[in-house]
Design a binder for this molecule. Structure first.
Ligand SMILES: [Cu+2]
Length: 361
């Protein structure tokens, strides 16, 4: 029954001591509401047919004295609803208290969330990125905070989810019911790479956990090593061009510039690196690192011929690592095909043939 309902509702396996209870309440609420909806549909349908209009006479006969339904029916309905409310409330409150109160002997692990990774620190001094090793069948309490924005720690198999808030500590606890690897997701939208803010809880048999504490990840079972590799790969530092794209998105550069060679408000970045840029008022410059940096910090110093002077200066707004990453991004797309660089006329993708086309030497 449990498994059938679980699969009907597309829920993952229950792998913590409280998961079964959480699902139990879920099933109960769903079954009661579905039952109620079915009952109302049936009664409504019966009335619809039983009292449909059968004669052409449209006047409503006077019903006479208001016909009261039997008193016992009203009382039963009221008590029934009251009872349901109290039952939901009772189960819900108990579960809330259980979920909020970690057992005394819980193992503490500190969790720091930041864009876009989870860091787990153990009182013994060990620190892990993206991978949370815990012993199975032992309560674990997570003491969580965020270094930037609000994140949310979610382990579907454990049925736990808790916001992680900057400047505050929140806690959550669980007891993994058997060894295994369980995905961690961030469920509070926290920026560009929110969807990649993932990790793994690796629950180890107590003996394996002791071995991990003593000897590190190499002494854990194969399933744990695989899961850890996967998690670490996903959390690997992005490459410079990838970071450049994130920085460009963050600073809204991509509202005016494109990476795919199409024209927009500003010149496309495709094929820009080391191209010869014609300047407004004559002359030209090679788009090297110096030119790109100058264009970002002091866009009006020289203008790409034919474009309007609308780019704001980013002097003091953007950090040197972001500028470097953006330069690497522009370098990485120097071979992307692009047409002649002409100003965007606000209608089409191009316009008159390039007064200020760039030519790649
Ligand atoms: Cu997040």
């Amino acid at each position: 029954m449990n498994d059938l309902l679980r699969q009907l509702l597309f829920l993952p396996e229950q792998r913590s001591s409280l998961a079964g209870e959480v699902d139990g309440l879920h099933y109960f609420v769903i079954l009661v509401t579905m039952g109620g909806a079915a009952l109302i549909t049936l009664i409504g349908g019966y009335f619809l047919i039983r009292y449909r209009r059968r004669v052409q006479d449209t006047s409503t006969p006077h019903p006479g004295a208001f016909a009261r339904p039997a008193l016992f029916l009203e009382t039963a309905a009221l008590f029934g609803l009251g009872f349901l409310f109290l039952t939901f409330w009772n189960i819900g409150t108990r579960q809330f208290v259980d979920l909020r109160t970690p057992p005394e002997d819980a193992l503490d692990v500190y969790v720091t969330a930041k864009q876009w990774m989870w860091k787990f620190s153990y009182p013994e001094g060990e620190s892990m990125i993206s991978v949370l090793y815990v012993p199975a069948r032992r309560p674990v309490r997570l003491v969580m905070t965020s270094r930037d924005v609000v994140h949310s720690f979610f382990v579907p198999e454990f049925r736990i989810k808790q916001d992680v808030v900057p400047g505050r500590y929140t806690t959550v606890w669980f007891e993994a019911s058997e060894p295994g690897a369980y995905p961690i997701l961030c469920t509070e939208y926290c920026g560009t790479s929110h969807s990649e803010m993932r990790g793994q809880v690796i629950a180890l048999a107590p003996a394996d956990y002791e071995r991990w504490l003593a000897g590190g990840a190499a002494s854990t079972p194969a399933f744990a090593q695989e899961a850890a590799d996967r998690a670490e790969l996903a959390a690997a530092e992005p490459t410079m061009p990838q970071r450049g794209e994130l920085a460009a998105a963050r600073h809204n550069c991509l509202r005016c510039h494109t990476l795919d060679g199409t024209q927009h408000v500003g010149p496309t970045w495709a094929g820009l690196y080391r191209a010869v840029v014609p300047l407004e008022g004559g002359g030209e410059r090679v788009a090297d690192e110096a030119y790109i940096t100058e264009s970002i910090m002091d866009p009006l110093a020289v203008l790409h011929r034919g474009f309007s002077p609308v780019m704001p200066s980013y002097l003091g707004q953007i950090t040197p690592p972001d500028v470097a990453a953006i330069i690497e991004l522009i370098k990485s797309i120097r071979d992307v095909p692009h047409g002649p660089v002409v100003p965007w006329d606000g209608v089409s993708g191009g316009g008159a043939p390039a007064p200020g086309g760039i030519t790649t030497p």
